[in-house]
Design a protein around this ligand. Structure first.
Ligand code: FES
Length: 96
């Protein structure tokens, strides 16, 4: 089984910049309808799961997501979800 580090999951042959693994589980956030949320895509933000500007100078940009309704949402912190910015369970591959 592949061993992943907290620093990066970039040790692949894919040469595109890879985000840092910011977490191994989603973070649940109470969201408000029609409000914009800026999801950290680089994994460097200290305000996970949201952007704090740490991506500046990198190839990454935050992703805007607008809540359709009030309620709890699970935002991805592993940064590997194909359903950005929401957790889809992909993080399970990074947990022992
Ligand atoms: S935290 Fe990334 S898919 Fe769940």
């Amino acid at each position: 089984m592949t061993e992943f580090t907290d620093q990066s999951i970039a040790d692949t042959e894919d040469t595109r910049p890879q985000p840092c693994l910011a977490g191994r589980e989603p973070i649940e956030v109470e969201v408000k309808a029609n409000k914009s949320y800026w999801w950290c895509s680089c994994g460097q933000s200290k305000k996970q799961p949201f952007c704090d500007g740490s991506h500046k100078g990198s190839h990454f940009s935050p992703l805007e997501w607008v809540a359709e309704k009030n309620g709890k949402v699970a935002f991805c912190t592993c940064k590997q979800t194909p359903n950005q910015p929401l957790c889809d369970g992909t993080h399970c591959q990074f947990n022992p």
